[in-house]
Design a protein around this ligand. Structure first.
Ligand code: GUN
Ligand code: FE
Length: 405
């Protein structure tokens, strides 16, 4: 049975990350982890040993918010959310009406994602049904995805009728079930009628729900004008029946205490995307409040607003952005948020997210500059450098014990 030997980081919680300087991971024939710890403690010594001499073994990353059709233009445009969507992003997504374009780009997306060590993701496709099929057809690792819904305030070239949006959602929910996410783009591009109908579909087929919430102040103002009968942006989604323990809302930057109460009460979870928030000048998610309210959150790249699929880059900016506001985000916490927290958010914490015995051997070899001495030092090492340097740090990626990159 294969054994990986080298320094190992095994995140356990926001406060704790196990570290083995000369560690071993023993992988069974079923692709699951049979032993992990100091190399000397691994009793099984038959089988091939893969030695890691200039890197560290970490669990595969989890990205809980990423847009497949924006991968080819990630980080290319500037501007705040609404003009960025209208002028830069929606014209690009419209190109996915061509099934060949959608298929090619979906394939490249998962190759790029796995190339950065991400083997579990929560993905937005486009409004086009075939683009969602292509998304699932090319997945590497495990993925949850949904067709984007836009039946209001959307350009003619990227819009659908309410009936069409519901029909596509129902067909895809039936086909993909627990791998499917009902995906209203955000309240401004969806009618209440559509949001209520797809909320019902999510309950019927036990699917996930994902959307954007309170990312940008102009967006928040627009929502209050569009939905004058609702108390807040969060209340729009609550009235639509979209908030639940299987709902992941991205951003959640400009929320009132009452809105945080609603998220907590409904069991809703948050995708935190610091690189995107910096790029679009959206603001800083008040992580200290999210922690105080006890709302679960994990990291997402939000490519293409986020400029990179590298969760190492997202971790780096997570630590930096909050530190600048004198709010602590430790290296151990950053690694947890980029791995196990995401697996837990997506109900896969028993199978993925870290290197505990019995979980899938989904692991990444990340290059280090120095021989790591402890968990904190090892994590600081792997998140140091420019974005391009971080993107070059993933050396090998294994899914269920088999090399995929
Ligand atoms: N809000 C609605 N659509 C989008 C999107 O594609 N990216 C981001 N960052 N925010 C959104
Ligand atoms: Fe997004």
């Amino acid at each position: 049975m294969p054994i990986f030997r080298g320094p190992i980081l095994n995140p356990q919680s926001e406060n704790q990350c196990n570290f083995y300087k000369d560690g071993g991971v023993l992988v069974g024939d079923d692709g699951k982890i049979e032993a992990v710890g100091d190399f000397d403690s691994i009793e099984e010594t038959r089988g091939e040993v893969t030695e890691i001499t200039d890197g560290v073994i970490v669990p595969a990353f989890v990205d809980v918010h990423v847009h497949m059709p924006q991968n080819h233009v990630r980080g290319q445009f500037a501007g705040q959310l609404l003009p960025w969507l209208q002028n830069c992003i929606w014209p690009e997504e419209a190109g996915f009406r061509d099934p060949r374009v959608a298929d090619e780009k979906a394939k490249k997306f998962y190759q790029d994602l796995a190339g950065q060590g991400t083997l579990l993701s929560l993905v937005y496709a486009t409004i086009h049904e075939h683009a969602l099929h292509s998304t699932f057809a090319h997945k590497i690792g495990d993925t949850i995805a949904g067709n984007v819904l836009m039946d209001e305030n959307s350009p003619d070239y990227l819009s659908q009728s309410t009936e069409e949006a519901i029909a596509i959602t129902e067909r895809c929910a039936r086909e993909y079930g627990e791998h499917f996410a009902v995906t209203p783009r955000f309240a401004p591009t969806c009618t209440m009628e559509l949001m209520m109908a797809v909320g019902e579909i999510a309950r019927q087929y036990r699917t996930w729900i994902q959307s954007h919430l309170s990312e940008n102040l102009d967006e928040v103002k627009w929502v209050s004008e569009l939905f004058p009968d609702c108390d807040s942006y969060t209340d729009v989604y609550q009235k639509a029946g979209l908030l639940s323990p299987r709902t992941i809302m991205a951003h959640c930057i400009h929320l009132s205490d009452e809105e945080l109460d609603i998220l907590k009460e409904t069991g809703t979870k948050i995708a935190h995307c610091p690189t995107s928030n910096i790029a679009l000048g959206s603001g800083r998610m008040p992580v200290e409040k999210i922690r105080k309210w006890g709302i679960p959150f994990a990291l997402g790249s939000d490519v293409g607003a986020g400029p990179s699929l590298s969760l190492l880059h997202v971790m780096q900016k997570y630590m930096e952005q909050h530190a600048e506001a004198n709010v602590e985000a430790t290296p151990q916490d950053a690694l947890y948020r980029a791995t196990l927290a995401g697996a837990e958010l997506l109900d896969r914490g028993d199978k993925m997210g870290n290197l505990d015995i019995g979980k899938e051997a989904n692991l990444v070899i990340v290059k280090t500059d120095e021989q790591p001495k402890d968990a904190e030092g090892a994590i600081r090492d792997i998140v140091s450098g420019s974005m391009e340097e971080l993107e070059g740090k993933v050396e090998k990626v294994y899914f269920q014990g088999k090399e995929v990159v």
